[in-house]
Design a protein around this ligand. Structure first.
Ligand code: SAH
Length: 225
């Protein structure tokens, strides 16, 4: 079973949208689990502080290495085989290939920071893998973790009805997906491409391949390199 453990100041954010639909059904069926750990339980002093001012000055607050390490150690002992991630805009870009690899594994431990960031020493000291979901800045790691879990969970065997529905999708073949159509045959004067109505499966497959290549060339030539 794929076991997710989230370290966060906002445990109420989980499973959030992943409690519904495909991921939610899979959660209810026990195909994956979603455990949250409140970082503040390891906070210091009467106010259970988890952050402090940045060394060297500057705006915002930095999450303390000692507090985060205590939270991590309590959530996942050293022999826990799951990759330990930390959400970060400067991390390695998350990809479909990475989702596939993690979905086939034992699960993930994900640290979801807030504020300006975290003390660098806990990243080194606990061997955390920094992961980014894209070149923009979010207000916290939780929504990034939800994105990563969504992408992984739908790939867990048994979660999607049809195994094939994972394979022809955008990125799996290195191409973006071809255009899709359904009934009605004509809508606001727009028709479905004749080929798709021909019943000729070889011809349809060729058309889809050509469309996928053309769309990828036009929108994301970087994927073809
Ligand atoms: N000062 C930081 C941004 C902090 S945003 C910087 O300039 O890099 C607060 C938190 O949101 C981050 O610590 C990270 O956990 C999360 N976050 C923001 N953008 C993200 C992204 N693109 N991918 C993953 N996590 C992100």
């Amino acid at each position: 079973m794929f076991a997710a453990t989230l370290l966060t100041l906002f445990p109420e954010m989980f499973p959030g949208p992943l409690g519904l639909s495909l991921a939610g059904d899979a959660l209810a069926r026990g195909l994956w689990s979603c455990e949250t750990r409140q970082i503040r339980e390891h906070g210091l002093g009467r106010h259970r502080a988890v952050d402090d001012t940045p060394a060297g000055g500057g705006p915002g607050m930095v999450m303390r290495a000692d507090v985060l390490a205590a939270a991590l150690d309590a959530a996942a002992p050293a022999d826990d085989p799951r990759p330990r991630l930390i959400m970060s805009p400067r991390g390695r870009p998350f990809t479909q290939g990475q989702a596939r690899e993690w979905a086939a594994g034992p699960g993930l431990v994900i640290l979801c920071p807030r504020f300006e960031g975290v003390d660098e020493r806990v990243i080194e000291g606990r061997g955390l893998i920094e992961v980014s979901i894209g070149d923009y800045v979010l207000s916290g790691g939780e929504t990034a973790a939800l994105v990563i879990l969504d992408a992984c969970v739908r790939l867990i065997p048994g979660v999607m009805g049809k195994i094939e529905s994972g394979d022809s999708e955008s990125f799996e073949s290195g191409l973006l997906e071809y255009p899709q159509y359904t009934r009605p045959r004509e809508w606001e004067g727009r028709t479905i491409p004749e080929t798709l109505l021909s019943g000729d499966h070889a011809k349809i497959a060729r058309w889809r391949r050509e469309q996928a290549e053309a769309i990828t060339r036009e929108r994301r030539p970087d994927l073809l390199d």
